[in-house]
Design a protein around this ligand. Structure first.
Ligand code: AMP
Length: 395
């Protein structure tokens, strides 16, 4: 843990004392029986300057005050909303194309390639996903991600006698594998690169996709053409780099915002097998599992992409290796594990995203005990939908 945090964790983000004033006022202030009290008041009795007020009426104005206080936005809330609105406007006037660097490389895999070979290609190129191409129909055929390899592993677990068959599977068989193991196929979404970036973000949230291919049409042939793939990480980095004037307004602590997940956390230990952790990821539909010690202190995080080197060359039987062994095989340039505290503010999280390759933040307390996890999808969802009247992810 020390290694992970000392060498790789970002400086702890500034903690804030500027919590929003959501504190409730005392409820015992006596009601004056003013005209705003609901219901008719009894007539005044002799010797009483004020009308008699039934105990329950005392509560009414106070209750109203409480509600008002809770719903009335504090200056911090207002600033936060101003920042969010600024980012949303930015996402509406920029296109997905704008997120792409000036020069980039795109590895597209033919659908006829053996799954076993695709693993080596991803590893050799230092990538964790690739668009698929159906060369028979000259059409975009979906996106290969670590989830597909996890599906192949599940197939292997359900049909262990079929290792030879698994060895011969091609990328075009991935849909059959999904059917065989009873997985609901993920909708293959894509966006046109020139559509607003906001649209790509909404679509990613709706489908829970962590990356989305940009697909255009070739002017000459009229056929589909994959331009690139953008990830939640790239989008948040783009926001962080180009929107400091808005992200600096996001001063509320993540704990207060409830950003991320803090209950029913799926965790594992260093001695659990890789296969155990894969089953956990499938069961909870998550892409990372924090690794903790017996005191619930954070040691590391096992990510879905860590599965790829584990099955290099089709070595499915090596999945019984421990998480500790798998983590030790990570590439030299592994970006590291990022942590934060519940008091850290969203602006400092954007600072960290601006400077580093962050894919999630693990929330810990001062003793390094696990408290929660903030995925990039949590940040993107908050940035896009918080305070919106229609915060369902429909379009
Ligand atoms: P992700 O799969 O990382 O995009 O996360 C999807 C959702 O699951 C987010 O709301 C995360 O906060 C939540 N999540 C991620 N990892 C875990 C975990 N290990 N246990 C429970 N929830 C998680």
């Amino acid at each position: 843990m020390d290694d992970a945090r000392d060498a790789r964790a970002p400086e702890k983000a500034k903690s804030s004392n500027e919590r929003g004033s959501a504190t409730l006022p005392p409820t015992s202030s006596p009601a004056t029986g003013g005209s705003d009290a609901s219901g008719p008041l009894p007539l005044p009795r002799h010797g009483h300057e004020l009308p008699f007020v039934a105990p329950s009426s005392y509560l009414r104005p106070a209750a109203r005050t409480m509600a008002d206080k809770v719903s009335a936005p504090s200056p911090l809330d207002k600033e936060q909303m101003q920042g969010l609105r600024g980012i949303r406007e930015f996402l509406k006037v920029r296109t997905s194309y704008d997120v792409l660097p000036l020069s980039f490389r795109l590895v597209v895999l033919d659908n006829d390639l053996l799954i076993k070979k695709s693993l080596n290609i991803l590893i050799q190129n230092g990538i964790v996903s690739a668009p698929l191409w159906d060369s028979r129909n000259s059409a975009f055929a979906g996106l290969l991600t670590s989830t597909d390899y996890i599906n192949v592993i599940q197939y292997y677990c359900q049909f262990p006698d079929q290792l030879n068959e698994v060895d011969q599977f091609r990328l075009c068989n991935l849909r059959d594998i999904e059917k065989a193991i009873g997985v609901v196929p993920l909708e293959t979404v894509s966006v046109h690169p020139m559509r607003p970036l906001y649209e790509a973000c909404r679509r990613m949230l709706k489908t829970r996709a962590r990356r989305i291919p940009l697909v255009d049409t070739d002017d000459e042939t009229g056929r589909e053409m994959v331009v690139s793939v953008i990830t939640q990480y790239r989008i948040l980095k783009f926001i962080a780099v180009n929107n400091e004037q808005h992200t600096m307004l996001l001063k509320k602590p993540v704990g207060e915002l409830g950003l991320g997940t803090y209950t029913n956390l799926a965790t594992a230990t260093m001695s659990n097998s890789v296969l155990d952790v894969i089953h956990l990821m499938v069961k909870h539909n998550i892409s990372a599992v924090p690794i903790v010690d017996e005191e619930y202190k954070l040691l590391n995080v096992f990510e879905a992409v860590d599965v790829i080197p584990c099955i290099k060359g089709g070595a499915y039987d090596e999945l019984s290796a421990t998480v500790g062994e798998a983590i030790s095989r990570r590439a030299e340039d592994f970006a590291g594990i990022y942590t934060c505290g519940e008091d850290d503010r969203l602006d400092s999280i954007f600072d960290t995203i601006r400077k580093s390759r962050v894919h999630r933040l693990v929330v810990i307390d001062d003793d390094s005990r696990l408290k929660g996890i903030i995925s990039l999808s949590d940040v993107l969802k908050y940035v896009l939908l918080h305070g919106e009247e229609d915060d369902s992810i429909r379009s």
